[in-house]
Design a protein around this ligand. Structure first.
Ligand SMILES: Nc1ncnc2c1ncn2[C@@H]1O[C@H](COP(=O)(O)OP(=O)(O)OP(=O)(O)O)[C@@H](O)[C@H]1O
Length: 380
């Protein structure tokens, strides 16, 4: 069976002629049974993608397919999709049972069947025994679970979740992240989850789409996106990053802050100006004699598991370092990072071009990289 459940093909959305397009020529595929997250800043178009999948709005251009069938004009109630909204949209005058049963009653299902299905849905969200409780007597986390039970009771093929955890406090939010992830695994249906919280996205998803200004900047597993951000926006949005300008010297050699380093990137032009990302946890503080870069400590915060050290190198580039070694403000330190920790990003590269470049590395990298590594000195 084809694993693709939703396909967007060149989809654009403009709410009115006067307004700019909110989504711009967006194409992607969603596979069945996985947990997807749409991640991006406020107003980037996340909810619009959910509304297009749910059928609450239609694309201005392009096509949307559900199980291979074009659904641009299919009404919302004929799609095997349910939505959990940010404010849960529960009926305050109905008890838990009736809230969950609501959709089934509209479908005129038999009472005994409704009872069974509601019981099963409540069991899934750990609310068995709460049938007669009033919604007003439930906590935030419990209301959230009622909303999810109501959405899954119809056995949708896809569950859309629009920032469902944003109203909860931090502790409950973390608990619900585990619960939702676990629930998705048990149900085995596709979840499409919207958030602007990168930690939430990294913790929960099989696949993340990072969106900015109506364009999918990058899609991939949390690890891929964290380890290989395609551009400055993604690197900056996901995790903490040091992003500095650099210059490619040749394959496997890049200049950063006036010094040359061995890197693992190839396929860029000699002397091409690039963005460089190095994660704070990939930088080690070493003695000044063995270092690649020299820097002066500007400030330091204790974060429990590590110190967060802000320092400036001799070219006045700022570096954030996560280190278990304590430093002193004003101290002169050396910074060290492995070639693999240097992520070179081509300016203005699209995801497609990026993927092609990575593929070409994989084809040629084994023998060429070995040679280059032998010739180069670290931090020459
Ligand atoms: N019905 C509408 N009519 C006109 N413009 C709209 C409508 N709905 C959304 N927009 C605009 O489309 C843009 C994208 O909105 P959308 O809700 O998709 O973003 P989002 O990424 O979900 O943001 P948030 O995280 O703030 O919910 C925003 O500029 C918004 O003002």
């Amino acid at each position: 069976m084809d694993q693709t459940i939703i396909r967007f093909e060149g989809v654009s959305k403009q709410y009115s002629d006067q307004d700019p397009a909110v989504l711009k020529n967006v194409s992607f595929e969603i596979e069945r049974g996985k947990f997807y997250t749409l991640l991006g800043p406020s107003g980037c178009g996340k909810t619009t993608i959910l509304r297009l999948i749910a059928g609450f709005t239609a694309p201005s251009e392009g096509n949307i397919y559900f199980n291979g069938k074009l659904i641009n004009q299919t009404p919302a109630n004929e799609r095997q999709v349910n939505t959990v909204f940010q404010d849960y949209a529960l009926f305050p005058h109905l008890n838990v049972f009736e809230n969950v049963a609501f959709g089934l009653r509209i479908k005129k299902m038999k009472a005994s069947e409704i009872k069974d299905k509601v019981a099963e849905a409540l069991k899934f969200v750990n609310l068995s025994g709460y049938e007669n409780r009033e919604i007003t007597e439930m906590s935030g986390g419990q209301r959230q679970r009622v909303a999810i039970a109501r959405a899954i009771v119809n056995e949708p093929e896809i569950l859309l979740l629009d920032e469902p955890l944003s109203a909860l406090d931090l502790k409950l939010r973390t608990e619900m992240q585990y619960e939702l992830r676990e629930l998705q695994r048990r149900l085995g249906i596709t979840f499409i989850f919207v958030t602007h919280d990168q930690e939430e996205a990294l913790a929960m998803s099989d696949e993340i789409f990072v969106i900015n200004e109506g364009v999918i900047q990058q899609s991939g597993s949390p690890i891929d996106i964290y380890d290989e951000p395609i551009n400055r926006f993604v690197a900056d949005f996901i995790g903490e990053s040091n992003i500095v300008k650099g210059q490619m010297i040749k394959d496997f050699e890049v200049e950063i802050s006036g010094k040359r380093f061995e890197c693992v990137d190839q396929g860029l032009n000699p002397n091409e100006i690039v963005d460089i990302v190095i994660r704070p946890e990939d930088i080690e503080i070493v003695g000044t004699e063995t270092s690649q870069l020299l820097a002066r400590v500007d400030s330091q915060l204790f974060r429990g598991v590590h110190y967060e050290i802000c320092c400036y190198d001799d070219n006045n580039n700022e570096w954030l370092v996560h280190s278990t070694r304590k430093a002193t403000v004003g101290e002169r330190i050396g910074l060290y990072f492995e070639p693999e920790a240097i992520h070179v990003m081509r300016l203005g590269e699209t995801e497609e071009e990026f993927d092609k470049r990575l593929e070409s590395y994989e084809e040629t990298s084994t023998e060429t990289k070995g040679n280059a590594g032998e010739e180069m000195n670290h931090g020459s």
